[in-house]
Design a protein. Structure first.
Length: 144
């Protein structure tokens, strides 16, 4: 039985010892990161800033859309705004494009930082990109 393992073994004893030694060195390697570095802080700032810009674009979108006639308008004899506020609608579009840019930069930075087991993919930045892309498409295609 001992002869069988010697004949079929592809690695020498020296190779096996070097592989085990390298594995032990990798297990004992210290984590030199002492906390979030510049890029991880940048990623957090991009995520928060992107969602804030998207929230601001929702508020501006509400202000840009045409008013509906209410009882107050009818009693006071005031006509509501008939069409979209073009300046605000364009501002909403550019804010959403800015959110997409922040998301793309964030995904790139996050992809470059995925070297350790403790690194996690930030799904929030991906959600920001998908949401802002859908809103930009809606603004472009339903531009009436």
């Amino acid at each position: 039985m001992g002869d069988f393992t010697k004949e079929t073994s592809q690695f020498s004893e020296r190779d096996l010892v070097s592989v085990l030694t390298q594995a032990q060195i990798q297990l004992n390697r210290k984590n030199r990161r002492k906390g979030p570095d510049f890029w991880l802080r940048t990623l957090s700032v991009l995520t928060v800033a992107g969602w804030f810009l998207l929230f601001v674009s929702f508020v501006l979108f509400d202000l840009a859309r045409p008013e509906t006639e209410t009882l107050f308008h009818h009693i006071m004899g005031v006509l509501p705004q008939k069409g979209w506020n073009e300046r605000l609608r364009n501002a909403v579009f550019y804010l959403v494009i800015g959110c997409q840019g922040a998301s793309m930069i964030g995904v790139w930075v996050n992809g470059r930082r995925m070297r350790r087991k403790s690194d996690k993919y930030r799904w929030s930045i991906m959600g920001l990109g998908i949401t802002s892309s859908l809103i930009a498409l809606l603004i472009m295609f339903f531009n009436k």
